[in-house]
Design a protein around this ligand. Structure first.
Ligand code: HMG
Ligand code: MG
Length: 285
């Protein structure tokens, strides 16, 4: 039997947080419902951040209230601080994520805190989420390059991975936030990070701005990673990472993994339907 690789769908969060279109609440709900029919185990569809920083995610509670939850699917939300966690718990998120950075410049631009301050802020969030019975994922942005500080040393990534692991994050997703990584640099980064955390608790989150995301996934597969984040139809980017337009598209990752002989458990017909809907959303269902 083919080996399983999981695609973690992040389009309704990472994609839509930076979408220039006005996507209505009804469309967001319809998109998540279409994604729920694809076979994902985890779908990130909410972000409890400041609406002044990311207005596109202001209706996250409405998304979680409006979707039809499919059995076996966990609906995930970003929670940068205690306020975000409280809102995520009230809205019924099934898991949450804290998100830090390997570079100081992006940390300040994205969450208005140094790396050290952000880790201090995350620790009580992780504890409170766990007390409430929710798994917590950790993100590390800028694992190869930062839009503000330039190239990022692998040791900086490993340090933040180790801190998030020690806090209790069950999985840590490594973000090539501006999509400038190449397979050799992803490999070098993983070489160092794997000294701090096993491949089983790492995920790859590779934006496709530079067109290398699929090759970066292959490099990470060679290092033993088996979870990759992707966004339906390649939606979006990150509002605090100029030029980070476009997560790697879920359909492209599915096709590459299948060509490499892996099994994703996803239904290609349902994926096509969700992708077609994602492309045509423009404010009304
Ligand atoms: P701050 O301004 O330092 O926070 O922002 P503050 O505590 O001083 O509060 C300022 C205001 O925000 C206050 O309101 C708070 O109530 C409010 P005011 O009194 O001015 O009316 N506030 C909140 N409102 C709603 N929900 C909250 C919340 N917290 C405070 N949770 C903060 C700090 C972290 C809140 C802010 O910087 C923020 O929201 N940043 C989020 C940025 C973001 O969402 N970026 C995109 C996600 S990360 C990403 O995409 C990367 C990733 O995909 C991986 C990769 O690709 O690398 C994950
Ligand atoms: Mg991202």
């Amino acid at each position: 039997m083919a080996e399983r690789v999981e695609i973690f769908e992040v389009g309704p969060r990472d994609g839509l947080q930076n979408d220039p279109r006005h996507v209505s609440l009804a469309e967001k709900i319809a998109l998540v419902d279409l994604l729920s029919a694809c076979g994902f185990r985890r779908i990130e569809c909410a972000s409890f951040v400041s609406p002044k920083w990311v207005p596109q995610m202001a209706d996250s509670a409405g998304v979680l209230a409006g979707i039809t939850r499919a059995p076996g699917v966990r609906y995930a939300a970003l929670t940068p601080n205690m306020r975000g966690l409280e809102d995520a718990l009230a809205a019924g998120a099934d898991e949450v994520a804290v998100f830090g950075s390997a570079s100081e410049g992006f940390s300040r631009a994205n969450i208005n805190a140094s790396i050290a301050e952000s880790l201090d802020r995350f620790a009580p969030v992780v504890r409170a989420a766990q007390d409430a019975g929710l798994p917590v994922r950790g993100y590390v942005s800028c694992v190869t390059d930062c839009p503000y500080d330039g190239p990022v040393a692998p040791g900086q990534v490993a340090r933040v991975v180790a801190a998030l692991r020690a806090m209790g994050c069950y999985e840590i997703s490594l973000g090539d936030t501006i999509g400038q990584g190449t397979p050799d640099r992803i490999d070098a980064m993983l070489d160092t990070v794997l000294q701090e955390a096993p491949a089983e608790i790492l995920a790859g989150h590779f934006h496709d701005t530079g067109g290398h995301a699929l090759d970066n996934i292959e490099a990470a597969l060679d290092r033993g990673l088996r979870v990759f984040d992707a966004a339906i139809a390649g939606l979006g980017g990150c509002p605090y990472a100029p030029g980070a337009s476009g997560n790697v598209a879920t359909g492209s990752v599915q096709a590459r993994l299948t060509a490499l002989g892996y099994e994703t458990g996803l239904d290609p017909v349902a994926l096509d339907k969700a992708a077609a809907f994602a492309r045509k959303m423009e404010g009304a269902v």
